[in-house]
Design a binder for this molecule. Structure first.
Ligand code: NAP
Length: 287
């Protein structure tokens, strides 16, 4: 069978008919000039998608770095705003009106004219707030402020609740923690059945398992780095990994994943490393 090829140009189709790049740079815990530099390095390396959030306090820096790149000589292929995908997320689920205002604030902060993907960052806040905030996302899509809407950290019951409410617009993605040490198959299977793309956050396990013997031995076998093995695992599962680094060399390394393919047996061995490792937070079971 031919090797499945992945690169920074690979895109995934969303249920709303749009598509987006399959690898995004994560910018959690990067601030100020560090964000500007990381986004610049990523765009120069060929990344075409950045994952930010209101909670990261760097929407402005991401937007500024994208705009600077697009008007610089580094943009050798004449890319425009349409070629770069910007994601941000609602800090907290409160009410319809607060969410509409909050989306406008993000739009102003990034200065990019529209937001490609806007997510409810978590299911916290209870059912009423979740459903009201989703309506605000739908209306912002109608108004052209957002292109696609999605959720993050939603467990199966939160996804089911949203589907049961018969939304006018379905969420295109659910962004959750996914890597071999936390496979969340309950959620990933539900997403697959319902046409929801899984965005994999902490795809590098926040560097907590880079020295795990299985990761080290498979990296040797495939002649890649542990980070490349983890990104490749995510892509072969059909997820959208969001590897984060502020270091230029690592940003390049993490997306240089096309020279090998993990075989079926090793994909299974990696799946079997699951230990429910939570690197940050896990709101997927909240009421
Ligand atoms: N929706 C949510 O609730 C949520 C939660 C967490 C994360 N996210 C998103 O997902 C993105 C990724 O998750 P994450 O930032 O938590 O973790 P991650 O991408 O799994 O790991 C990032 C860590 O790995 C290090 N690293 C990067 N490349 C490396 C390499 N090649 N070799 C060794 N170490 C390397 C980074 O350090 P350096 O920066 O020093 O290279 C950083 O400490 C975030 O940035 C954010 O966009 C979303």
């Amino acid at each position: 069978m031919a090797q499945k090829s992945f690169s920074l140009a690979t895109r995934v189709k969303l249920s709303n008919g749009l598509s987006m790049p399959q690898i995004h740079l994560g910018v959690y815990l990067t601030s100020g000039n560090e964000t500007v530099q990381a986004v610049k390095s990523a765009l120069e390396a060929g990344y075409r998608a950045i994952d930010s959030a209101q909670m990261y306090h760097n929407e402005r820096e991401v937007g500024r770095a994208i705009a600077a790149f697009l008007s610089s000589e580094a943009d050798t292929s004449g890319l425009t705003r349409e070629d770069v995908h910007f994601t941000t997320k609602l800090a907290s689920n409160t009410s319809y009106n607060a969410t509409r205002q909050s989306i406008k604030k993000s739009l102003y902060a990034c200065g990019l004219g529209y937001i490609d993907l806007f997510l409810l960052h978590s299911p916290y806040g209870g059912k009423k707030a979740r459903l009201e905030c989703w309506k605000a996302v739908e209306d912002a899509i109608d108004d052209g402020e957002i292109r696609s809407g999605g959720v993050s950290n939603y467990g199966v019951k939160h996804l089911q609740e949203l589907i049961n409410s018969e939304p006018r617009i379905m969420p295109t993605v659910n962004q959750i923690e996914v890597h071999p040490f936390n496979t969340r198959t309950d959620i990933t299977h539900f997403c697959a059945q319902n046409g929801i793309i899984v965005e994999a956050y902490a795809p590098l396990t926040r560097a907590l398992r880079m020295k795990h013997p299985k990761i080290v031995s498979l990296s040797k076998k495939y002649n890649c780095t542990p980070a490349q093995l983890l990104v490749r695992w995510s892509l072969q599962h059909g997820y959208v990994p969001l590897p984060k680094s502020v270091k230029r060399q690592r940003i390049i390394e993490n997306a240089d994943i096309d020279g090998f393919e993990i075989d079926e047996e090793d994909m299974k061995a990696l799946d079997n490393l699951d230990e429910n490792l939570v690197t940050d937070w896990d709101p997927t079971d909240c009421p």
